[in-house]
Design a protein around this ligand. Structure first.
Ligand code: DGJ
Length: 726
């Protein structure tokens, strides 16, 4: 059984063949952490909790005695749910303010149960798994005041080295209790010799790889933008100092949440490390009159560096997180109108685009921003989801698309409102912010207050009118600004941020359920909301507005640590930096699509696009969408970037190599990974046969002059021998 409880020692062990996670109930009834690491079988943990110092004493007034706790040091033991307002100053996961104003928060064990399968969270996105693949443990804890129940849930996905965690707080009696902090998880580790790797940036620079050595004190990485944000991502890694792509211990943490998040990594004076991860507690104050369900955390431990984590997370996201019913079906080759014409189009322009996109292989045509209200400029009409009849005849466009054999997709930005809109004229209190103070604009727009049901319903019905009336196969869901003033006309200040994202989730969920065949792609001024929460509803997300392929190397490299290539929206675009073959080779390591003015392409460019399209059709589904991904060379550490993906059966391989600065004719070999060493592969580029062992130990010969941005796309296929002959 992957989860065991040993009643004598009161110990829980969550394990599979590779990893093991354990904790115990101590004499105080507190949960104390024992171990998270490689599965080394059962062991005597007593020396792990003996910290060689005087045991903690407490004074019990009622008995008038000093009580000695012989298994717990209340400022340095490793904890699973540490108390707040006591000797432990490392930061507690939960802080409650009781009606008398006190905040001492201390949860004790009451009961537990272990079962096959995994619960789905209500109102929040979460992962799923079949009963045979997942086992769960639920532990009920109650606070000293006996006013709040805390339910901790752990689930292990046995074949993936993945453990998910979740916490729910419920009122036992409703007596004005406020939750000021509720992190979904706490993890204490017995040393501090780690590096923290997180993925930070900005618009057009999302998820840059950043590695820093832990130091004494707390590193607090968070978003308070009202969305997971361009600036930080709710995914991070703690790794041994010498951990690399392929070796060393690395622990990955991802949050299934798209709102304000925070992770705190504290190194104590005892040189232990405490990790907290969950909803950002800045301006958070939750009235606990009903359950507070906290977002799910996904943890994985790799004994083989970052690559192991990536493989675990990629498989997990593909198999246990994305819900879209056609997630395993090859996606149509997408053409998007945005970079070609922005807001400047009419019916004829779009019909010309469709005709021309068809000739370069498009299978799905997406009409981006500009088709609704009176949206001829970007300062108006968000919130008015009806057709701009003066600009476009949508029915004609869709019919034309379908006649040409293309599917049709449409852009929305459902959570936003322009002051210049009919919706705002009617309901100016639908926007966040107060009329008494300033409402800061960004791209001329305000954020809709989706914490209010009526507003969510208004947008839902408007969108349904369009989606019911027209034959639409795809929706691009944009979100072009973060939250400025988080002031709602009805929702309590301390609940606004979380309720906004709950409202957004309800809106998307209802649309997903009503239109299960529509492929929804997420977007937030590029990749400002690329997280595990959104991936539950959007099987793909536009990775970045930066479509310069060289910048894209960095963005796609960072994004790939947690998120599978099939989720990373990537297009060949009009950007002039490199030729279309280079853009194509890089876009192939994402969803792949096209985005430019197709009518302006010359014959050479068309030919190049068609060449890459052929590779897309032949290899993308098995090699990129379903396969295993390897980061061979890092653009953050070298003058190169190299990506490789291999089909699960190890027969087909795509490799992209690019150098950034010019280099002369130097001796240079690119070693591949993940091949079958005993099989032979034909390298299509030179027609020669190489063994897997050769390609992994010696590599592909790249000794040649490399102009800046020389991009090479290698295709390999396993050679099948029939009766000793090929
Ligand atoms: C930002 C997106 O990232 C772009 O792709 C495009 O859809 C624009 N918004 C439209 O306003």
């Amino acid at each position: 059984m992957p989860i065991n409880y040993q009643s004598e020692s009161k110990t829980f062990v969550i394990s599979n063949k590779n990893i093991s996670y354990s904790f115990l109930i101590n004499s105080q009834g507190l949960l104390q952490h024992i171990y998270f690491g490689k599965n080394i079988g059962s062991f005597d943990y007593s020396s792990l909790i003996d910290l060689g110092w005087d045991w903690t004493k407490t004074y019990l007034d009622k008995d008038d005695i000093e009580k000695i706790n012989n298994d717990y040091y209340n400022d340095r033991s490793l904890m699973e749910l540490s108390p707040h307002g006591c000797n432990d100053k490392r930061g507690a996961p939960i802080v409650i303010r009781y009606s008398d104003g006190t905040r001492q928060t201390n949860f004790k064990y009451v009961s537990h149960r272990i079962y096959s399968g995994k619960p789905i969270l209500t109102n929040l996105p979460s992962s799923y798994g079949a009963q045979k693949d997942v086992t769960s443990l639920e532990i009920v804890m109650i606070d000293d005041e006996k006013k709040v129940k805390c339910l901790l849930t752990y689930s292990i996905f046995e074949r993936l080295d993945i453990i998910t965690r979740n916490m729910t707080l419920s009122p036992i009696e409703d007596s004005g209790i406020k939750v000021l902090r509720a992190y979904s998880m706490e993890l204490d580790l017995p040393n501090s010799n780690y590096d923290l790797i997180h993925f930070c940036g900005d618009w057009c620079q999302e998820r840059y790889f950043d590695r820093t050595v832990l130091h004494d004190g707390t590193i607090d990485i968070s978003s308070n933008y009202g969305r997971s944000s361009h600036e930080e991502n709710p995914y991070f890694i703690l790794a041994d100092h010498d951990a690399s792509e392929t070796s060393g211990i690395a622990i990955g943490f991802g949050l299934v949440y798209s709102g304000n998040f925070s992770f705190k990594v504290n190194v104590s004076k005892w040189k232990t490390t405490r990790v907290l991860f969950g909803i950002n507690d800045e301006d958070f104050e939750w009235n606990l009159s009903a359950d507070l369900i906290c977002p799910e955390v996904v943890m994985s431990l790799s004994l083989n560096g970052f690559e192991g984590l990536t493989h675990n997370f990629h498989d997990f996201v593909r198999n246990n997180l994305i819900r879209y019913k056609n997630k395993d079906v090859k996606r149509p080759l997408l053409f998007n109108s945005w970079e070609g014409c922005y807001l400047e189009f009419n019916t004829q322009t779009i019909i010309d685009y469709i005709d021309s996109a068809k000739t370069i292989g498009a299978e799905l045509f997406v009409l981006d921003d500009g088709w609704f209200g009176s949206r001829n400029t970007d300062d108006r009409s968000l919130g008015d989801w009806y057709i701009n009849e003066n600009k476009i005849n949508l029915q004609k466009v869709i019919d034309h698309c379908h006649q040409k054999g293309l599917k049709f997709g449409l852009w929305f930005e459902p959570e936003m409102i322009n002051p210049l809109s009919d919706l705002y004229k009617k309901y100016d209190n639908f926007a966040l912010g107060s009329k008494k103070t300033i409402r800061s604009l960004s791209r001329h727009q305000l954020v809709l207050d989706t914490s209010i049901d009526e507003i969510v319903d208004n947008i839902f019905y408007q969108m349904c009118e369009i989606l019911d009336k027209y034959d639409i196969d795809y929706v691009k869901w944009d979100h072009n600004r973060s939250i400025g003033e988080h002031i709602s006309s009805r929702t309590n200040y301390g609940e606004v941020y979380h309720r906004i994202i709950l409202g957004t989730y309800r809106l998307i969920d209802q649309l997903n359920k009503r239109y299960p065949s529509i492929l929804f792609e997420g977007c937030a001024s590029g990749g400002g909301r690329f997280d595990l929460g959104m991936l539950c509803y959007f099987p793909q997300i536009w990775t970045s507005d930066e479509t310069d392929p060289i910048q894209r190397l960095f963005i796609q490299y960072g994004t790939s640590f947690a998120y599978p290539l099939q989720t990373m929206g990537a297009h060949i675009s009009k950007n002039k930096m490199t030729d279309y073959l280079t853009k194509g080779a890089i876009a192939l390591f994402g969803t792949y699509g096209l985005e430019m003015n197709p009518c302006k392409l010359n014959s050479r460019e068309r030919k190049q696009i068609k060449e890459i399209n052929k590779i897309y059709h032949r290899y993308h589904q098995t090699v990129i969408s379903e396969g295993d991904f390897y980061r061979l060379l890092s653009p953050f550490e070298t003058n190169y970037c190299s990506f490789m993906s291999i089909s699960k059966n190890k027969r087909k391989v795509l490799v992209m190599f690019i150098n950034i600065l010019k280099e002369n004719n130097r001796y240079r070999f690119l070693k591949l990974r993940g091949l079958n060493p005993h099989k032979n592969y034909r390298l299509k580029n030179d027609g020669k046969e190489y063994s897997g062992a050769y390609l992994m130990e010696i590599g592909i010969n790249l000794t040649r002059w490399l102009e800046e941005f020389t991009c090479l796309l290698f295709i390999l296929e396993e050679v099948h021998k029939v009766g000793g002959r090929e």
